[in-house]
Design a protein. Structure first.
Ligand code: RIB
Ligand code: CA
Length: 318
């Protein structure tokens, strides 16, 4: 079955890996790509996205610019981990591709209405564009088949001890999507962080004569520096690409439906997702103070080795 998708990205290193997987995998049909500020500034996101599409010799896919900052928070990028351009130390030729002259929200609206079969939105960055779509064009909500997103976490955070970057970056937008009533699948940081490539695998990619594999190796092997002490930080997960793996190979994951809510209040927990995995009710529901919490699909344990094999095989011949 081919999945008709719209990708919303903040192309950074792992969004680039996700673009590779999405363009190359035969079961994915990309209808459009929308760009949002997140890992890096919007101009970098668009430029990086177009460069990766060139590297892949991708067909002409409409790409549009979206939000330049979150709804409430200021832009707080992740350039320390993704590099000043967002692609680590990878330098690619400037693309001759041009983004659409319409805003990302309009491209989303048109793509959803033109899709025929319900479109799957794959959200790989802060959810600002999607929140703006739902608030600007609520009439398209029931034409969205599903939103599968890299965001939140059932346990540890990365941006903070408990909050994942995409949800921490724009909590209000994430809340709008979580409470939209649209079928949702959450691919959280706790699972993403567990699917890591190895140093030999990265070295093999970097030595490949296949330019796509070589660039993937450099994206995975880029050594960021901890701003506080200069220590080297290796973000060697396939990251956002794992979200696409869930789409094409759900049998490699345990997917369970849980109540999920997000903390908006200012303070150390802002942006945290509360995944309620209790087996029995608690006093919050017994005393009717729990509120109406959306129940969504949460991707749990994964067959990591098979997922990595799926990713590497999809990148093409070594
Ligand atoms: O927390 C990880 C997520 O934030 C990934 O999507 C990464 O690309 C950044 O957007
Ligand atoms: Ca991302």
């Amino acid at each position: 079955m081919r999945h008709r998708v719209l990708l919303d990205v903040d192309t950074g290193r792992d969004d680039a890996l996700a673009l590779m997987f999405a363009v190359l995998h035969p079961d994915i049909e990309i209808r459009a790509i929308t760009c949002v500020e997140g890992n890096t500034g919007l101009e970098n996101v668009v430029s990086n996205t177009l460069k990766i599409l060139d590297l892949l010799d991708a067909p002409p896919i409409p790409v549009a610019l979206g939000a330049r900052r979150p709804l409430i928070e200021p832009p707080r990028d992740a350039s320390w981990i993704h590099g000043v351009t967002g692609l680590g130390d990878v330098e690619l030729p400037v693309s001759a591709r041009e983004p659409e002259q319409i805003h990302a929200v309009e491209l989303m609206r048109r793509s959803i209405l033109d899709s025929g079969t319900p479109l799957t939105i794959v959200a790989l960055g802060p959810m600002t564009n999607i929140a703006l779509l739902l608030r600007t064009h609520p009439e398209v909500s029931d034409r969205i088949g599903r939103i599968i997103f890299m965001g939140g976490s059932a346990t540890i955070g990365n941006a903070t001890p408990v909050a994942e970057f995409n949800f921490w970056h724009d909590p209000e937008s994430a809340h709008i999507v979580l409470t939209s009533g649209i079928p949702l699948t959450m691919y959280g940081w706790d699972l993403l962080w567990s699917i890591k490539t190895s140093t030999p695998q990265i070295a093999e990619l970097q030595a490949s004569s296949n330019p796509i594999r070589e660039v993937a190796g450099r994206l995975l092997g880029f050594e960021a520096s901890d701003p506080s002490n200069g220590a080297k930080v290796l973000y060697n997960c396939i990251g956002d690409a794992g979200t696409l793996c869930v789409l094409v190979a759900p049998e490699l994951y345990d997917i369970v439906r849980w109540p999920v809510q997000l903390v908006l209040a200012a303070g150390p927990a802002r942006g945290q997702t509360l995944v309620d995995r209790r087996a029995i009710p608690g006093e919050d529901s017994v005393h009717d103070v729990a509120g109406d919490v959306p129940v969504i699909e949460v991707v749990g344990a994964a067959r990591n080795a098979q997922i990595l094999a799926l990713f590497f095989d999809t990148l093409g011949e070594a």
